[in-house]
Design a protein around this ligand. Structure first.
Ligand SMILES: C[S@@+](CC[C@H](N)C(=O)[O-])C[C@H]1O[C@@H](n2cnc3c(N)ncnc32)[C@H](O)[C@@H]1O
Length: 144
């Protein structure tokens, strides 16, 4: 994503793992894109809240959600606020290995993802499509 940005573009990354993002930083540097990436090491909800108070609503073009599944709905709401009209949010793992389609599976993550799939399907604020690539990527475009 950072490689596809224009020179003055910025990718804001949220994570809580210093260990894993240290590895990422090594490769961002090697790829020459470190200066386009702003890493926030904190629970993503805190970072997103800070971005809403700072850059403000409507200030982002794109968001990609791929962290703890039980918070996906809260991330979706925060990202939708941060996106401009026409902006796109993508959510990974929305098929969850097929478990969301199995009515017998009930655990915190599966229930959260199943409910969010249904919510986005009916969400009039977006045009959305669940792509059956990998583990399922939901792509939702913010409407006017
Ligand atoms: C499946 S990995 C995806 C990482 C990245 N999107 C990628 O493709 O390389 C999930 C990441 O979510 C992070 N994570 C888990 N809970 C989080 C939270 N509450 N806030 C921010 N990041 C979190 C983990 O540390 C982990 O790096």
């Amino acid at each position: 994503m950072a490689s596809a940005l224009p020179k003055d573009g910025k990718l804001v990354c949220c994570d809580v793992s210093e260990e894993w993002t240290d590895i990422a930083c090594r490769y961002w540097k090697e790829a020459g894109i470190l200066q386009r990436i702003e890493l926030h090491l904190a629970p993503a909800l805190e970072t997103l809240d800070g971005l809403l108070r700072g850059d403000g609503a409507g200030s982002f073009d794109f968001a990609f959600i791929d962290a703890d599944k039980s918070n996906y709905d809260a991330y979706y709401e925060a990202c939708l606020d941060l996106l401009r009209t026409g902006g796109v949010v993508a959510l990974d793992n929305m098929l969850w290995g097929g478990e969301v389609a199995d009515p017998d599976v009930h655990d915190r993550d599966t229930d959260a993802l199943r409910a969010l799939n249904a919510k986005i399907r009916d969400d009039k604020r977006v045009d959305a499509c669940l792509m059956t690539v990998g583990d399922g990527v939901m792509v939702a475009r913010k409407r006017a």
